[in-house]
Write a protein that binds this ligand. Structure first.
Ligand code: ATP
Length: 284
């Protein structure tokens, strides 16, 4: 028996860090949405009681370090599953990009294996398990557009962005999420993004308010490390983006455009010096 799951990429419409908690995690406020750039997971039951993983992408770990592997191992342990699985990961989301590719793969593995092994876990139970794998995994299980608080696991659904185009550009540099958070001085942030205005903008479907409320406290940290990320954002705005923002800890930057002609202009303008550029839509 085989099951298939899509693992879409997420973007941050806003990302704020309130303070560093005693448990080492950051208390955050994030508005997140999913886009139709996705990995695809194929999960097949195998006779041997083992987890096997493969991918066409040579640049991710294909052992117990892979987040989809970790998800399968966690489910097997917690639910006492004695069956094996072969997971094939068809990777399309850029890696270490700020798009939560690994977290979304883990979420898709939890969803898919819950079906393959007929475990009957509820979405809430899957989200609780997902939290053990990473702060973004509960959101990747729930999907949609949300306000995420706590360490990212408390989710409030929001209306999606009004219909628009999203141009995603990933420069060829690697950014470590842990390094960016490590360099952030949570007690010295001067410009917090206006999360409340973003939430209101979405509730009122007010495009100008939404574009004006885009904000990410990690941008300055990554911009200092990699000035080309700032240049991509500036280029997007110069090319007519209604708004632009770095996603997560970067280095991916996305532009919002209400008109397809503008999205095309941004795509064409960036394609020359950025190999990984995509035009995508928001998943509702
Ligand atoms: P986030 O936005 O959650 O910080 P990201 O988009 O920055 O995530 P990922 O693509 O999830 O980053 O990759 C982060 C690290 O996780 C990489 O160094 C990669 O080697 C490792 N990794 C483990 N499993 C996966 C997976 N299934 N897909 C991609 N990367 C994975």
């Amino acid at each position: 028996m085989k099951v298939f799951e899509k693992a879409p990429a997420k973007i941050n419409l806003s990302l704020d860090v309130l303070y560093k908690r005693e448990d080492g995690f950051h208390e955050v406020e994030m508005v997140m949405a999913m886009v139709d750039l996705a990995d695809r997971l194929e999960m097949e039951a195998i006779p041997r009681d083992t987890i096997m993983i493969s991918s066409q992408a040579g640049y991710i770990p294909l052992d117990e370090k892979n987040l989809a592997f970790k998800a399968a191992k966690l489910l097997k342990e917690r639910c006492g599953v004695r069956q094996g699985v072969y997971i094939h990961l068809d990777k399309h989301i850029p890696v270490a990009a700020g798009l939560a590719g690994g977290s979304s793969d883990a979420a898709a593995a939890l969803r898919g294996l819950n079906r393959l092994w007929d475990l009957g876990l509820s979405q809430t139970e899957l989200q609780q398990l997902g939290e053990e794998l990473g702060s973004d995994v509960p959101y990747c299980i729930a999907g949609g557009t949300v306000l995420a608080t706590g360490r990212g696991e408390k989710l409030q659904p929001l209306p999606p962005l009004p219909p628009c185009w999203v141009v995603i550009a990933k420069p060829p540099i690697n950014v470590s999420t842990a390094d960016v958070y490590g360099r952030l001085r949570a007690d010295q942030i001067e410009n917090h993004p206006p999360t409340g205005r973003m939430v209101e903008g979405l509730r009122n479907q007010d495009w100008l308010a939404i574009c004006g409320a885009l904000g990410n406290v990690l941008e300055e940290v990554t911009f200092q490390l990699h000035p080309e990320v700032r240049r991509i954002k500036e280029t997007m705005l110069r090319l007519g983006a209604d708004g632009a923002l770095m996603s997560g800890s970067g280095p991916t930057v996305f532009a919002l455009a209400a008109k397809s002609s503008r999205a095309r202009r941004i795509y064409n303008g960036l394609k020359g010096f950025c190999k990984e550029v995509y035009v995508v839509r928001i998943l509702t």
